[in-house]
Design a protein. Structure first.
Length: 251
């Protein structure tokens, strides 16, 4: 069942979303060659607790950490560790969620570590563009397939592939609500978008094959062919005035 939020509930989600944005900006500023993902993890947990919020991921189905930190060919759900140290030329995906006043916020960035190759710059740009195109489709009267297909069309036209094993989702009082939001689909298909629906849209884009596998830690998803992967995510509400991005200041 898809739950539509009231204006008051969306305002609460906005507050959660802005804390997520603020935290991601702080973590982005910390990323540099030689930094461990555990350093980012400890900073994130400290900040979330200071704000009186609760980490969304830690303990969720047994996940051990506050952040997901995925490097290069790791797609999503990489576990922070003192042994996982980024180096110049890497791309690091940082995904974070939190709960404030009963409502969730969720967002992710791909962060370059120092100077990265033109190929990886293009991968990041195309993934971020795909997210932007999907957000533009979050409008009353459109269908979910319009949002999903916007990602797929842009990514595949650029010669990349979209991950199919992992998808975006509805979000609100729960981390994962209906509907699922895959990064592929058919325009004009799926549920019609209604005022108060909130979607976590998160393109995961690979340089090579779309196939993924999960490592022995039971969490970290990687590309099967060793290709690089990028990931961006925003929490977006359907309103009468168009899409409202709850996880960035300009909305």
């Amino acid at each position: 069942m898809i739950v539509c939020k009231s204006k008051a509930e969306l305002e609460k989600m906005r507050r959660s979303g802005m804390l997520v944005w603020q935290l991601l900006q702080e973590l982005k500023g910390m990323v540099a060659p030689g930094v461990s993902t555990d350093t980012l993890e400890r900073t994130a947990e400290k900040r979330i607790r200071e704000w009186g919020a609760r980490p969304a991921f830690k303990g969720y189905y047994g996940y051990p950490c506050v952040l997901c930190t995925s490097i290069n060919s790791e797609i999503v759900h990489g576990i922070p560790s003192p042994q996982r140290v980024v180096k110049r030329g890497d791309i690091l995906k940082v995904d974070v969620g939190l709960v404030l006043d009963g409502f969730y916020g969720d967002s992710a960035l791909t962060i370059p570590v120092g100077e990265i190759s033109p190929e990886l710059q293009r991968l990041m740009r195309v993934t971020q563009e795909a997210l932007g195109l999907a957000i533009e489709k979050v409008r009353l009267g459109n269908r979910l397939g319009d949002v999903c297909s916007a990602v797929q069309q842009h990514v595949e036209a650029a010669g990349y592939s979209v991950v199919r094993e992992f998808v975006g989702h509805g979000i609100g009082r729960k981390m994962h609500e209906d509907p699922q939001v895959p990064n592929y689909g058919t325009p004009g298909q799926g549920p019609r978008l209604r005022e108060g629906m909130v979607l976590a849209i998160e393109p995961m884009v690979n340089t090579g094959s779309a196939e993924a596998r999960v490592l022995d830690d039971k969490w970290t998803a990687v590309t099967v062919d060793g290709g690089y992967s990028a990931h961006f995510e925003h929490t977006v509400a359907v309103t009468q005035n168009g899409p409202w991005v709850l996880t960035r200041p300009e909305g």
